[in-house]
Design a protein around this ligand. Sequence first.
Ligand SMILES: [Zn+2]
Length: 113
Amino acid sequence: MKPAGALGNAAMHLPLATPRTKRCRACKRARPLSFFWREGRDTRCKVCRTLYMRHWIATHRESFDAWQRAYKERNRDQIREYHREYQRRRRALIRAGKWKVGSRRGPGTRPQA
Ligand SMILES: [Zn+2]
């Protein structure tokens, strides 16, 4: 036998802090864990992380370029393999008529600094 009020009490606790959400350090909003990179361990939500990275890259252009060069050097084979696989899938999609040419292009996709 269950007391009549048990279900109501449990429901009242839900809207506060369920373990599936987390507060973003930057915008202070509670977001679901899927809004955070690194399997939910990031301290900023994806929106704030993207803005932060964009700002960081803009202010540390040389460091970022150096890091990117080193990264490409370190992972050359992996990157080559990725592009090979990408082109293989792209050609297959073109043959099947499912490749949307120019769908990623458009004005304003890349803000010029
Ligand atoms: Zn945020």
